[in-house]
Design a protein around this ligand. Structure first.
Ligand code: COA
Length: 261
């Protein structure tokens, strides 16, 4: 069945996913979240997709958070399940096995900021605004924000954003390392597509292992991480792609990766 709140256009190995609920600033209600889970599970195993771009419909908002109307009835147990449900979708995105580029086109607040944080990298329009305003509602970030924000920008800034609930603009987000790049709104999707196209040309096994190795820095100490890196390097070295990559360099031509072991 077609999704109510998501669109997905696949072209040249790049999937452009748009959260499409602009009248509510693309807030994540239960239906949006279920559709996101279903779609990303499909994209994970879709061999026709090497890179995903994730954005919000309209010029105003990427995602203005989880749907606040759904918070009122929660108690301790259902609140925990609610947080875990959203968190698991964002973890699926973070560990998709292929890069997800967040194209942040406006408000990225609460769950919207957390969704951006779960992306592999983030390109912001110059109109984007970021924040974790949950404390204004008497709650804390529940979809990974306390953990991913602190890991990305450091505890001091994470504390400041989460404890004050203040919004920051795109340039400030760039300054603190929350986004990789800021571009004019009109160029946002083109810029994201250009980065996606660059990645899509590489050997995709190497991309998958590189993602895995870097993502594991959150889980491992340095010694374990270096061990994992060596194992994954070995797996890459055994691929047809690695032979083709080296041969193409020596023959002064562009590689043609088969993306096969
Ligand atoms: N959940 C549910 N609905 C939301 C929403 C959210 N997180 N964020 C925005 N909306 C809805 C508004 O209720 C409004 O709906 P309505 O037209 O039916 O009244 C519509 O989206 C437009 O939002 P509005 O507040 O009128 O736009 P604005 O330009 O005045 O303000 C924001 C924009 C983003 C500053 C403001 O909507 C806001 O603070 N949203 C909540 C952000 C938040 O706290 N997120 C974390 C949730 S845990």
């Amino acid at each position: 069945m077609a999704a109510q709140y998501l669109t997905c256009d696949i072209e040249n190995k790049i999937a452009l996913v748009t959260i499409n609920r602009p009248d509510k600033l693309n807030a994540l209600n239960a239906t949006v979240k279920k559709e996101m889970r279903d779609l990303f599970e499909e994209l994970k195993t879709n061999d026709d997709v090497y890179v995903v771009i994730l954005t919000g419909a309209g010029e105003k908002s990427f995602v203005a958070g989880t749907d606040i109307g759904e918070l009122i009835e929660l108690d301790e147990q259902s609140g925990k399940e609610f947080a875990k449900g959203g968190r698991d979708i964002f973890t699926l995105i973070e560990n998709l096995g292929k890069p997800v580029i967040g194209a942040i086109n406006g408000f990225a607040l609460g769950g919207g900021c957390e969704l951006a944080l779960a992306c592999t990298l983030r390109i912001a329009s110059d109109t984007a605004r970021f924040g974790q305003p949950e404390v204004n509602l008497g709650i804390i970030p529940g979809y990974g924000g306390t953990q991913r924000l602190a890991r990305l920008v450091g505890k001091g800034i994470a504390h400041e954003m989460i404890l004050t609930g203040n919004h920051i603009d795109a340039n400030e987000a760039y300054r603190i390392g929350l986004v990789n790049k800021v571009v004019p709104q009109a160029q946002l999707i083109e810029e994201a597509k250009s980065i996606a196209a660059t990645i899509a040309k590489k050997g995709q096994i190497a991309i998958r292992f590189a993602l895995k190795a870097v993502n594991m820095t959150d889980e491992t100490n340095l010694t374990e991480g270096l061990e994992l890196e060596a194992s994954l390097f070995g797996k890459c070295a055994a691929t047809e792609d690695s032979k083709e990559g080296a041969k193409a360099f020596l023959e002064k031509r562009k590689p043609e990766f088969a993306n096969k072991f």
